[in-house]
Design a protein around this ligand. Sequence first.
Ligand SMILES: Nc1nc2c(ncn2[C@@H]2O[C@H](COP(=O)(O)OP(=O)(O)OP(=O)(O)O)[C@@H](O)[C@H]2O)c(=O)[nH]1
Ligand SMILES: [Mg+2]
Length: 337
Amino acid sequence: MTSTKTPEIDSAGNGTCETESGPERRRGFFRRLRQRLNKGQSWLTYDLAHLLPGGKPSEDFLEEMETRLLSGDVGVNATTRIMEGLDKKLWRDELKDAGAVVDTIRAAMLDILAPCEAPLAIPGAPRPFVILMVGVNGSGKTTTIGKLARRFRDQGLNVMLAAGDTFRAAAVEQLQVWGDRNGVPVIAQQAGADPAAVMFDALEAARARDADVLIGDTAGRLHTQDNLMEELKKVKRVLTKLDASAPHETLIVLDASLGQNALVQAARFHEAVGLTGIVMTKLDGTAKGGVLLAVAEKLGVPIRFIGIGESAEDLDEFRAGPFVEALLGTGGGTESP
Ligand SMILES: Nc1nc2c(ncn2[C@@H]2O[C@H](COP(=O)(O)OP(=O)(O)OP(=O)(O)O)[C@@H](O)[C@H]2O)c(=O)[nH]1
Ligand SMILES: [Mg+2]
């Protein structure tokens, strides 16, 4: 069973969606994702054949799958949805073998993730298109801005960056390095300046220079720090004085290795500032990647990009089909169940 809402998967388990970045590049990206999630083996299906000695699943087997989903950060709600599909099929005696199990899990995962597959396309208007990056400390905001700056520049867009993290020492310099590397101007003020004022000035400058995209960095903050969440609301409010529709994209950057904590962060930031997109970074580390299912199931906010490393090519658009294949460890030379 496959979902009709998802992109086509080729025989290597890769998405075949065409974008500016090209299908070849995307295939390479998802191949690396699959290799980096649990070193290429799926934490979910790695010894499926061994678990099904008679070939046919049992209640015990389903319990094992449930445990794996929960420990893979999939969360209770998304796990329940996936397990319901398996339970139903077991009950109807339709789970004949490991292949049927994988197909059923794949379909359930696609049902959860496909609605959140909505790549960020910069529209012709309004210009400058303003993107505000938010998230907790160290999630990868500034690095992601650098990667996006290069991506948009390569698409022929005129990009500017705003150094809205006026709090952390060296934050401005860090953004400046990415700006210099990509030939993209960075608007900054002195340390300790009001981030809302920085963003306001940056939007004015971006307008004056006919920029297509302005990306604003912000200081890392915990979702529990009410005063800092108020500061973010102020940044958004002040931007609307220049452009009632700005920021046009409020992107939260989440560290996938934080598992269920990433879900809590996303939910709180969404309540406070209204997210329009999610970037999930660090899928290369200890992360199992299941948290994307938890976030998609709970928030339904578009997952715009995923990050699998520190360099610029380690960020790409989120695609539900190839991502699920990476989770399942299917195709592309890794162990198939
Ligand atoms: N392995 C890995 N590291 C990443 C990824 N994205 C970012 N990083 C690293 O995570 C660290 C923190 O990244 P930053 O971009 O400084 O994070 P930040 O959210 O701006 O941090 P603050 O400004 O302190 O809140 C850096 O060492 C990045 O290189 C990723 O996808 N994978
Ligand atoms: Mg930063």
